[in-house]
Design a protein around this ligand. Structure first.
Ligand code: NAI
Ligand code: OAA
Length: 314
């Protein structure tokens, strides 16, 4: 059987760690690409280092590092992590001008070399960056997706498991909206071992946990000082890669292009989707209560404002 080809653009913290998770899960052959210049050999060094771990872990993925998009040609999945991360005191939105330009350059190349790929965008500010990737590649929206919800939900699920002293495997949750401070964890869609979370955690404590999940990215930035989170973000991205490559039809939250869906009107926002070989195969519309609807709308408005600002910058 032909192995899947996975390209990861940006061989920094998130990109290289994503390559690691994808290789460990034997999802396919991996091309790790970064820019030429002083650090041109860095992706080759990381790819070789990872390859040298393959006999230990027993994976047969071929991993190469490069600065040349020709090596990425015909990829099935392209993950874009290229761009700058934030540092303490910055918001994700502060990355807009720099990363919108980088996203444009990267997507021109992806469009030319892997026209059939499903593209997963990770760079921040996430929802605006996926919109930029859609604009520049011109790919069908189902094949241009953003990673945020799997990570944000994983943070929320981790905090709940810690709170209750139970396995993370038994915590199931959903979160919608943009990947910013306005994201909307849905208590009504959270359960532990099938039990609605509100029967297990008092509302005031649940509100604190939700608030921590919402600010989870900033919490890690504050601890690391030099950049932002990468283990969980890379793991979340690898889970999306797996859903696509193995056609798993996972029902998970991703930043998907919503037009009529949820009345969004042509923007990317986090919603539950069915993810398979075709990318976003379905956007699942659920009933939200009035306060959830209001919170979701606030989040959509914040995304729209950012996309409008981006239009003045690129
Ligand atoms: N969506 C999400 O949930 C998350 C998003 N992020 C975002 O992911 C991005 C990457 O974060 P890190 O890996 O921590 O940063 P990093 O600085 O470790 O790596 C970024 C890499 O992108 C490369 N790069 C820059 N311009 C490029 C170009 N034109 N072509 C190819 N590569 C290029 C850099 O050389 C660098 O190696 C940031 O924007 C960060 O905010 C990070 C964590 C979670
Ligand atoms: O917080 C950041 O800047 C990186 C990110 O998106 C996250 O970890 O959720």
């Amino acid at each position: 059987m032909k192995r899947a080809k996975i390209t990861i653009v940006g061989a920094g913290n998130v990109g290289a760690t994503c390559a690691h998770w994808c290789a460990a899960a034997e999802l396919g052959d991996i091309v790790l690409l970064d820019i030429p210049g002083e650090m041109a050999d860095m992706p080759r060094g990381k790819a070789l280092d990872l390859m040298e771990s393959s006999p230990i872990f027993g994976f047969d993925s071929n991993i190469i590092g490069t600065n040349d998009y020709a090596d990425t040609a015909g990829s099935d999945v392209v993950v874009i992590t290229a761009g700058i991360p934030r540092k303490p005191g910055m918001s994700r939105d502060d990355l807009l001008a720099t990363n919108a330009k980088i996203m444009g350059l990267v997507c021109e190349q992806v469009k030319a070399t892997s026209p059939e790929a499903v593209v997963i965008v990770v760079s921040n500010p996430l929802d605006a960056m996926v919109q930029r990737a859609l604009q520049v590649t011109g790919f069908p929206p189902a094949r241009v997706i953003g990673q945020a919800g799997v990570l944000d939900t994983a943070r929320y699920r981790s905090f709940l498991a810690m709170e209750l002293g139970v396995s993370v495997e038994d915590v199931s949750a959903l979160l919608m909206g943009g990947h910013g401070d306005t994201m909307v964890p849905l208590a009504s869609c959270t359960s532990v071992g099938g039990i609605p979370v509100q029967q297990l955690v008092p509302q005031d404590r649940l509100d604190e946990i939700i608030d921590r999940a919402r600010k989870g990215g900033a919490e890690i930035v504050g601890l690391l000082k030099t950049g932002s989170a990468y283990y969980a973000p890379a793991g979340a991205t690898a889970q999306m890669v797996e859903a696509i490559i193995r056609d798993k039809k996972r029902l998970i939250p991703c930043a998907a292009y919503c037009d009529k869906e949820y009345g969004v009107g042509g923007f990317y926002v986090g919603v539950p989707v069915v993810l398979g070989t075709g990318g976003v195969e379905k956007i699942v519309e659920i009933d939200l209560n009035d306060s959830e609807k209001a919170a979701f709308q606030k989040s959509v408005d914040a995304v729209k404002e950012l996309v409008e600002t981006m239009a003045t910058l690129v």
